[in-house]
Ligand binder design. Structure first.
Ligand code: ATP
Ligand code: MG
Length: 256
């Protein structure tokens, strides 16, 4: 559904991503993990059109989105929830959610979608008239998810949605992500809680220093002994090299 091939991208002439090959399959819950600064958020900025590849291929459903503007990407069915919280705190919960439908001019459709997201995220209906800023961090995340679903996206991309949440609130967020996935959305998730993310993912991707270094099913990646080394400040060893295509079809393997 979403394909990165040989993607280099960065800021002000220096590359952060250095040859990213990555496929997000339709219907998957693909979880990207990796140490701070690995380039995960940079990857997500490419997906939403906030940044463009310097070189390389970036396609969504067979169409290049390498040069697409954020609005064009939204129209194609990709919606992103950013790493930083970005509700309008002075607007109500309902107003914030309805802003997610700004590309839809059909009021009846907006109303129907709003009812659907309230069903999925009851907090939205319960707190509809409250200022968004009055909600807890976890509740605000839920409102952001609801806003993202107003466009009925094909792909939802989430950058560290559990960041800054206490464990119980984070668990509710993980459950919501699984629910979105079970409802038929393809989900691309960046998660700093490696275990929580990979346990729920159908596909696990490990990034390090701007490249994909390990991939497999979520369980395979989690069980890989190299993961421990990486998170204890080490690095994934070179060698045992395979193409990304082989990595996708087989068990967890490495790319050089
Ligand atoms: N707007 C920017 N301008 C210049 N450099 C940036 C910018 N945003 C990120 N970088 C740099 O790009 C590198 C990768 O950052 P990125 O935010 O993609 O990492 P990350 O994997 O998301 O890390 P984290 O786990 O901390 O969120 C870092 O070295 C960072 O300093
Ligand atoms: Mg990040």
């Amino acid at each position: 559904m979403l394909v990165f091939e040989g993607v280099f991208a960065g800021y002000g002439g220096s590359d952060v991503l250095r040859g990213v090959d990555l496929v997000v399959e339709k219907g998957s819950l693909t979880c990207v993990v990796g140490p701070n600064g690995a380039g995960k958020s940079t990857l997500m900025k490419l997906v939403s059109g906030l940044l463009h590849p310097r070189v390389g291929k970036l396609e969504f459903q067979g169409n290049s989105i390498a040069r697409a503007a954020p609005r064009q990407i939204l129209k194609q069915g990709i919606v992103q929830v950013m790493q930083a919280r970005n509700l309008f705190p002075e607007l109500t919960v309902r107003e914030n959610v309805e802003l997610g439908a700004f590309l839809i001019s059909d009021d009846a459709l907006v109303k129907r979608r709003y009812a659907e997201v309230c069903e999925m995220f009851p907090i939205v209906g319960e707190r509809a008239k409250d200022r968004a800023g009055a909600l807890s961090g976890g509740q605000q995340r839920m409102v952001e998810f609801a806003r993202a679903l107003m466009l009925d996206p094909l792909l939802v991309s989430l950058d560290e949605p559990s960041m800054g949440l206490e464990p119980r609130a984070a668990k509710i967020i993980y459950d919501s992500i699984v629910k979105m996935h079970e409802n038929g959305r393809t989900v691309l998730l960046v998660e700093q809680n490696v275990r929580a993310g990979l346990e729920r993912a159908t596909r696990g991707i490990v990034m390090e220093a701007g490249r994909v270094r390990l991939e497999g099913t979520g369980a395979e990646v989690l069980a890989n002994p190299q993961m421990r080394a990486l998170y204890l400040g080490g690095t994934i060893e070179e060698g045992a090299v395979s193409s990304s295509a082989a990595a996708r079809s087989g068990s967890a393997t490495y790319q050089n």
